[in-house]
Ligand binder design. Structure first.
Ligand code: UGA
Length: 432
């Protein structure tokens, strides 16, 4: 099948490469000339394990091409996936500027009946707006059929998630359209859930909001565990054994970040507000998360004067296996440390360049050794394997004072006890 994917951000690119891998001919369209030139030369602009190799392979097989030429791209695709960004407006609502531009172009260039599939996360009801906007701009006598196909990929494991997802949601009012999309996804052998468009749009927001709720819940339990000397890792493991609860997304830490949960939870509060529903639970989830991001430095402040101290930050990306710094807890932590007058030295295996743009006032180094040398305290912010596997004796050896504030519970307490370290983590007793 000939498919056009609009937007080569994280979702669009993984979708384009994935669809080409299951045998479709895919044209990826983007307005960013520089990005398209890089993609055409086989370079992936984001860090996503496994994506570059697969992309080059599909390009070599001529199943995947990149272009900035909208006319050409829409002439080819019988099915068009919209995967452009929907950033937040200052009030938390989703900004549909890019979506609107895409609709106008589809209308202008569509020359055959087309199925338009929305992958971008859009407020409930937006697919009606997309269809109306395309139809308003149509220059040919063609029929546009709409479907919502929300995306559940996680950054850092996008390629795995594309091929091994738990479900594919197809929302459409049109049975033949559902049939075409079912056929398109068939090679993936992933369960398909069909519903109406609005329910599909809501499934995306409700799923992200629920996962964010799980995280804020376990973070609150961790705060209580600290006061009562219980161990959050054991509590979460014990809870997770109940299949109704499930073990995933019960990892306590310094709060969720990234380009999805913060944006989508804000947007859902807004969407609910628009229909006069006060989504109190989700507001609390967001508030708990904001507080949790500040909790590690608050803990440190009670124990030491941070002013003039050399503080190492290990990990900056919002989670491991990505270079994405959007809404990363490290931004809040670095800001707090600088406000306290600390001298911050940071290391991240991939996110340094992106971090420099957002955190210009800290020092960046190229290894964990360099970051922790002569440090008065270390903050573990992102649980990269490299950070989890780094030998604990090195902290004792290299730091001025071996004090670790671990925001991701990277180490077993039993192991830490074997070293002369002061170790403070989340929801567990300190090791002193
Ligand atoms: C999230 C969802 O997991 C995807 O299903 C969804 O497609 C995506 O948003 C999206 O809407 O595009 P992502 O933001 O890439 O994916 O990353 P997650 O792995 O979900 O992690 C989000 C944040 O939650 C990270 O900061 C992570 O450290 C934190 N987290 C996650 C926890 O603090 N504890 C956990 O137990 C799990």
């Amino acid at each position: 099948m000939h498919i056009t994917v609009v937007g080569t951000g994280y979702v669009g690119l993984v979708t384009g490469v994935g669809l080409a891998t299951i045998g479709h001919r895919v044209t990826c369209l983007d307005i960013d000339k520089e990005k398209v030139t890089r993609l055409q030369s086989g370079e992936v602009p984001i860090y996503e394990p496994g994506l570059a190799e697969l992309m080059r392979e599909k390009m070599a097989q001529e199943l995947l091409t990149f272009t900035t030429n909208a006319q050409e791209a829409y002439a080819r695709g019988k099915v068009v996936f919209i995967a452009v960004g929907t950033p937040s407006n200052p009030d938390g609502s989703a900004n549909l500027t890019y979506i609107t531009q895409v609709c106008a172009e589809i209308g202008m260039y569509a020359r055959q009946d087309m199925i338009v599939v929305t992958k971008s996360t859009v407020p409930v009801g937006t697919n009606d707006y997309i269809k109306e906007t395309i139809e308003r701009h149509l220059c040919s006598d063609v029929a546009i059929s709409m479907a919502s196909n929300p995306e559940f990929l996680r950054e850092g494991s996008g390629v795995h998630d594309f091929f091994q997802g738990d479900r594919i949601v197809i929302g459409t009012a049109d049975e033949p359209t559902a049939g075409v999309l079912e056929e398109l996804f068939k090679p993936l052998e992933i369960p398909i859930f069909k519903t109406d468009i609005r329910s599909a749009e809501m499934i995306k927001y409700a799923s992200n909001a629920f996962l964010a709720t799980k995280i804020s819940f376990i973070n609150e339990i961790s705060n209580i565990c600290e006061k009562l000397h219980a161990n959050i890792e054991d509590v979460a493991a014990g809870m997770g054994l109940d299949k109704r609860i499930g073990s995933q997304f019960l990892k306590a830490g310094i709060g969720y970040g990234g380009s999805c949960f913060p944006k989508d939870t804000d947007a859902l509060v807004q969407i609910a507000g628009n229909v006069k529903h006060d989504f109190q639970l989700l507001k609390a989830v967001i508030e708990v998360n904001n507080k949790q991001q500040t909790s590690l430095v608050q803990k440190a402040k009670q124990l030491m004067d941070l002013s003039g101290k050399r503080i190492a930050m290990l990990g900056l990306a919002f989670k491991p296996n990505t270079d994405d710094m959007r809404e990363a807890p490290s931004l809040v932590i670095a800001d707090q440390l600088l406000t306290e007058g600390a001298d911050v030295v940071a290391y991240d295996p991939q996110a340094k360049e992106n971090a420099k743009l957002l955190l210009p006032h800290i020092q960046y180094v190229g290894s964990i050794d360099e970051a922790i040398s002569e440090a008065d305290a270390v903050f573990l912010v992102t649980e990269w394997d490299e950070i989890k596997q780094y030998p604990l004796e090195q902290y004792v050896e290299l730091m001025r004072q071996p004090v670790i504030f671990d925001g991701r519970n990277c180490f077993e307490l039993e192991r830490v006890r074997q070293y002369a370290l002061d170790y403070y983590s989340i929801g567990r007793v300190p090791v002193l």
